[in-house]
Design a protein around this ligand. Sequence first.
Ligand SMILES: Cc1ncc(C[n+]2csc(CCOP(=O)(O)OP(=O)(O)O)c2C)c(N)n1
Ligand code: SF4
Ligand SMILES: [Mg+2]
Length: 351
Amino acid sequence: MTYVLKPKFHHPALPKNNLGLTHRDYEGSVSTLCAGCGHDSISAAIIQACWELDLPPHRVAKMSGIGCSSKTPTYFLGQSHGFNSVHGRMPAVATGASLANRDLVYLGVSGDGDSASIGLSHFAHCLRRGVKMVYILENNGVYGLTKGQFSATADIGSVSKQGVRNNDEPIDLISMAILLGATYVARSFSGDKRQLVPLIKGAIHHRGIGFIDVISPCVAFNNHPGSTKSFDYVRAHNDAVNALDLMIDRDEIVIDHEPGTVVEVTQHDGSVLRLRKIEEDYDATDRLAALGYVQHGHAAGEVVTGLLYVNHEMGDLNDRMNTVEVPLNSLGDAELCPGSAALDTINAALR
Ligand SMILES: Cc1ncc(C[n+]2csc(CCOP(=O)(O)OP(=O)(O)O)c2C)c(N)n1
Ligand code: SF4
Ligand SMILES: [Mg+2]
C-alpha cells in the first residue's frame, strides 16, 4: 500500500549502472494494484529499461490519464517528474510539455479505456503529429478501475467474467497507429519482459512517437476462458515477428536468443535497432505490408507482437515546428522580448 514505505536500504552488492545507481533507485512506491496484475510487470520492464539505459531519473517526465494503468507511474521512477492528468488527456498534456522542453524523456502511460474511448481523438493527434515521447498503452480489454466493463479494444465475441458476449467491433490501436503515421509501433505482452524491455529502450531512443501496445491481463475482471486478453490466450496465440536489441554507440552486445536473419536500422541519435527476424518475410520498414500482416493476424485470432513498424526519417513534432533547442523556462528577457525591430520584421512578413 502507498502508506507502507519501501525500505531504503538494499544489498550492497546490487549491480550499479554507469551513473552508480541500482535498480532500486528507479523504483517508486509500493503498488496498490491487484496481485498478479499485468500492469505491475510493465512497471518492472520500464524500471529495467531506464536502469539499463543509464537514464538520470530527473531527466524523465511520467505522464498519465486515469485508470489502474494510469496509476502505475507512482510505482516506478520515484525520483522523476510526473503529471497524472484527467481521463484521456495524457497525450494533450504530454504534447505541451514536450514542446516546451525537448530536453526531457517523456514516458506516457495510458489504458485502453483512457486512449481508445474518451481519449481517442487525443491519441490520434498525438500519434499523427509525432510528439517526441514513449506512449505505452496497457491494454487489458476492460475498464479495470471501474470494475470490468468491456473497453473498445475488447474483441468481438469475447465473453466477460459474468458471461456477457461483446458484440462490438474492436479498435485495433496498432493498425490505427500505423495508419496515423506513427513512426515506431510495437506490440508486446506484459508476461514477456525479454521482448518488452528492448522495445521500451528502442522507443526511448526513437526521435518521434514510440507507441507500444502491451497486452496486460486484468486478473480481477478479464483473465478467464472466453477472454482474448487473458494470460493463457496471449501465451497460446503470441506470434512474434522479430526480436529487438538496441545498440548505443555501436557497443557490441551479447544476444541470448536464437539466430535468424538480422536487420539493422540506424536511428537519428546514432543508436542502432537490431532486429532478428522470426518471420522471415516480415519487413518492419514497409508500412503497408505491416498493416496487412497485423490485420491478417488479427483475423486469424493471433496476437502479432514485436517491432511492427519503424521509420526513422520523419523526425518529430519539435523538428516540424522548429522549436527552440533549450527549455522555454531557461529563456531570458532578451530572447523572449527581442524588441520592436524584430516585431516589425514579423509584421512586414505578414503583409
Ligand atoms: C471524465 C471521466 N469519465 C469517466 C471516468 C471513470 N473512469 C475512471 S477509469 C475509467 C476507465 C479506465 O479504463 P482503462 O483506461 O482501460 O484503465 P485500466 O483501469 O483498465 O487500466 C473510467 C471510465 C473518469 N474518471 N473521468
Ligand atoms: S482491477 Fe484489473 S487492471 Fe485494475 S489493478 Fe486489478 S487486475 Fe489490474
Ligand atoms: Mg483497461
